[in-house]
Write a protein that binds this ligand. Structure first.
Ligand code: GAR
Length: 208
């Protein structure tokens, strides 16, 4: 049985596009995207999901005034899609998921967590902060998400050395190249070894 995943996006969709590409070319095996949830309707990621013929749902934060809360709506959709793993892919909100999803939600962050993470730290802001701090290296982190921004057990990190002439754009480009390798690698491991592998990796990093 392939690992059935939901992918949550907010904008660019480049993380989603990479997963689609890797599934299509066979580098990501035994994984199927059962649902894409987007928190924006006019974002490139929506076009990418549509073009790939994926099931797509749009959830607006403002809808929560009239219907179920934002998080409750996402939970409903993910439940209906009957997925084993939820992959946050540039998703910029906090999904307050119920306990049954604990250990089954992954996030990728464009820095070496626990540094340079937290609410409001996303996209170019992260790289600006890394450069302003004069850090010698950056990278990306895949972690099991919990109910706080960019926290939760670390599963894998990839390092990117900084160069003296780095700008936000050049650093972002190398970090994103690292992300394009690391996220599919982790998802592939889950497809091969199950959620138990994820829990073990998370537990090992917490002990380290
Ligand atoms: C990625 O670089 C990802 O690491 C980052 O947003 C980008 C998503 O791009 N995520 C965060 O900063 C989360 N705190 P995309 O929307 O084109 O997939």
């Amino acid at each position: 049985m392939p690992l059935r995943i939901a992918v949550l996006i907010s904008g660019g969709g480049s993380t989603l596009a990479n997963l689609i590409c890797r599934i299509d070319d066979g580098r990501l095996r035994d994984v199927t995207i059962g649902l894409v949830v987007s928190s924006g309707s006019a974002v490139p990621g929506v076009g990418i999901a549509r073009e790939a013929g994926l099931a797509l749902k749009i959830v607006h934060t403002k809808d929560s005034r009239t219907g179920p809360s934002f998080s409750a709506r996402i939970t409903e959709l993910v439940d209906e899609a009957d997925v084993s793993l939820v992959v946050l892919a540039g998703f910029l909100h906090l999904w307050r998921f119920p306990a049954r999803y604990a250990g089954r939600v992954l996030n990728i962050h464009p820095a070496l967590l626990p540094a340079f993470g937290g609410r409001g730290m996303f996209g170019r802001r992260v790289h600006e902060a890394v450069l302003a701090a004069g850090a010698g290296e950056s990278g990306c982190t895949v972690h099991i998400a919990n109910l706080e921004y960019d926290q939760g057990p670390i599963v894998a990190r990839a390092r990117v050395a900084l160069r003296p002439d780095d700008t936000v754009a050049t650093l972002a480009e190398r970090v994103q190249a690292a992300e394009r390798e690391l996220y599919p690698e982790v998802i592939q491991r889950v497809a091969e070894h199950g959620l138990e592998w994820l829990r073990e990796r998370g537990a090992a990093s917490a002990d380290a």
